[in-house]
Design a protein around this ligand. Structure first.
Ligand code: HEM
Length: 454
């Protein structure tokens, strides 16, 4: 069953937005303005206090989780954030790099069988690597406690769930719960929910066992495993966290970190494969700064790679993993042109279009990493670039994401050169909850024989 109408929706929106600087559109039964001109976006950001609630359509995420840091506000949001922030804290990030490096080494090994072969879709290998990293870092477990097939199925079901949520957003007649419950979408969504929650339940049980046994033996770990906090903390009302509460938070965090990271890596790699001159420059930087050595990378190494940063930022500009951000106005909000949005309006910031404003980028649809030279960045207002969102609800996994993406790209590029027969015209973009490229990540790889593998 083909559920994704996102590709058509992306084309329609791009056609309409050529005609007007900011449009109103209906999503489901709600009047939902789509805003992407820089003046209005700047104005909205000034009123951020009145738009911290997520758009009503996001509530469909509850088909997967009952509570979620991604959409909740108030008490339950603060309660989850207090614990989840630890998962991506600076102190932990240093330790996480060990996991980023070792899991990427496995990815490099797995890909060796594809060297010199025909074009293949890199998405499954990347998904496996990212889920393994998230299990290791967030859950404090070696991903090998699950089989490769189980992990790949988990990644697939996560992807399916997002697809089901998008499908409901795009179908007004499925908004009322009583109608949705009779739909095939509900059945499919429930199957995914069960698989995902069972998978997380097994991981939580395994971690709790490990935690109790380390406690009994008085063993101290090098890093705080955030999930352990649930076993010893109380909720704000004094009760204990239930397995369902923990599953909700784990699934929300993995859900937030998985798809966005795989999408980022996919677009960067395919853009490098299309733009061989840029790939050559990135490779030169890596070999010069890291002395061609295939050792584990630390934050100092990664912070040296400025051109690689430019390439990643430029890819996020053209292909932001979250292309639209939906908020609910909790007060009347003034717009730049003298108009205003009424309290209760669901508004959508079209980040992907905002990022292609010719005022700030002379040739806005062209991939050009020079757009992120420090002097060029200084010329633009900071709020016209928001791959990680804005304000208080901005992504707090951004440093984690940047480090993991750079580690993976470095190891891959030190070992392989990526090629593709495709161009940007072949991309089949779909606006789902995240930005999907339905044509996958079709690449072939060539070994860099001159690099010594330690
Ligand atoms: C390149 C990868 C990533 C991108 C592009 C990204 C992007 C975003 C964006 C745009 C938002 C704001 C959503 C909104 O305003 O509606 C967000 C929120 C969030 N992200 Fe990320 N994200 C990435 C990776 C991660 C990772 C790796 C984690 C955690 C491990 C994470 C955790 C979160 C959380 C918990 C929120 C909700 C924050 C809140 O509402 O207070 N993200 N992300």
């Amino acid at each position: 069953m083909e559920l994704a109408s996102g590709t058509k929706i992306h084309q329609k929106i791009c056609n309409i937005t050529k005609l007007s600087s900011s449009i109103g559109l209906f999503i489901g039964p709600f009047f939902s303005p789509l805003i992407y001109d820089s003046e209005n976006v700047s104005q909205l950001i000034k009123s951020e206090n009145h738009m911290q609630e997520k758009a009503t359509q996001y509530k469909f995420i509850r088909s997967l989780v009952d509570r979620s840091i991604l959409i909740d506000s108030g008490l339950s949001y603060r309660e989850s954030k207090r614990i989840l922030l630890d998962a991506v804290s600076h102190a932990n990030l240093k330790e996480y790099l060990i996991s980023f490096n070792s899991n990427t080494r496995n990815l490099v090994d797995d890909l060796s069988s594809k060297v010199g072969g025909t074009e293949f879709n890199l998405e499954i290998d990347l998904s496996f690597c990212i889920i393994s990293i998230l299990i290791d870092t967030i859950m404090g477990l070696d991903a090998s406690i699950m089989t490769r097939d189980e992990i790949i199925l988990f990644a697939k079901e996560l992807d399916n769930s997002l697809n089901y949520i998008s499908s409901r957003i795009h179908r007004a007649w499925l908004y009322p719960d009583f109608l949705y419950k009779f739909s095939n979408l509900f059945k499919l969504s429930n199957q995914s929910r069960m698989y995902l929650r069972n998978f997380c339940g097994k991981l939580i049980a395994a971690r709790e066992k490990k935690f109790q046994s380390s406690n009994q033996k008085g063993v101290k770990t090098a890093r705080t495993v955030f999930i352990d906090k649930y076993f010893v903390s109380k909720r704000d009302d004094g009760s204990e966290f239930s397995i369902d509460n923990i599953t909700d938070d784990v699934l929300s965090l993995i859900g937030a970190g998985f798809d966005t990271t795989v999408i980022s890596l996919g677009f960067v790699i395919i853009m490098l494969a299309i733009n061989q001159d840029v790939q050559k420059k990135v490779f030169q930087e890596i070999t010069e700064k890291l002395k061609g050595n295939n050792r584990y990378l630390d934050t100092k190494d990664l912070n040296e790679l400025h051109y690689l940063d430019q390439v990643i930022y430029e890819t996020w500009r053209l292909y932001p993993p979250l292309p639209v951000l939906g908020r609910l106005a909790t007060k009347d909000i003034d717009l730049a042109n003298g108009g205003y949005l009424e309290k209760g309006t669901n508004l959508w910031i079209f980040v992907m279009k905002l990022h292609r404003d010719p005022t700030f980028y002379p040739d806005p649809d062209r991939f050009n990493p020079e757009n992120f030279l420090p002097e060029r960045v200084k010329e633009r207002p900071s709020e016209v670039y928001m791959p990680f969102g804005f304000g208080t609800r901005k992504c707090f996994g951004n440093i984690f994401a940047k480090l993991v993406i750079k580690t993976i790209l470095c190891h891959l590029l030190r070992n392989y050169q990526f090629h593709t027969t495709k161009t940007e015209e072949d991309f089949q973009l779909a606006l789902e909850v995240t930005l999907k490229n339905k044509s996958g990540i079709p690449v072939s790889i060539v070994s860099r024989e001159n690099i010594e593998i330690s």
